[in-house]
Design a binder for this molecule. Structure first.
Ligand code: FES
Length: 118
């Protein structure tokens, strides 16, 4: 069952802006990319650096520590590295920005599609 947490208000982030939120001991970064909100864990899966200060290039976020790039929409790393950052569903309800924490989408969708065939 998902648990939705209010992390802001609609319209708070303009396109291109980001916001760091601390929820239940977790650090989550919200991005507004071309009008759509995305939320990812602030911890880089490579070596734990904070992703919140990474450079955003379109939908790709570059980790400030070693430069790995992650798509903030899916969490997938660019290329074939296999690492992914946890993403969280974001929705706006009654002008409030809500993040669902209990249903993390840590597995990239392209990996989930083929994972049942073993
Ligand atoms: S800690 Fe992020 S790329 Fe190494």
């Amino acid at each position: 069952m998902s648990r939705r947490i209010v992390v802001g208000v609609a319209g708070e982030l303009a396109p291109g802006q980001r916001k760091l939120a601390f929820i239940d001991g977790r650090s989550i970064v919200l991005f507004n990319i071309a009008g759509t909100l995305h939320a990812i864990d602030n911890t880089c899966p490579h070596n734990g650096a904070a992703l919140s200060s990474g450079q955003l290039e379109g939908c790709m976020l570059r980790c400030p520590a070693h430069g790995l790039r992650f798509d903030v929409r899916t969490g997938c790393m660019a290329g074939a590295g296999g690492l992914s950052v946890t993403t969280f569903p974001v929705e706006i309800v009654d002008s409030k920005v809500m993040v669902s924490l209990d249903e993390p989408n840590a597995t990239p969708s392209h990996q989930r599609a083929g994972s049942a065939a073993t």
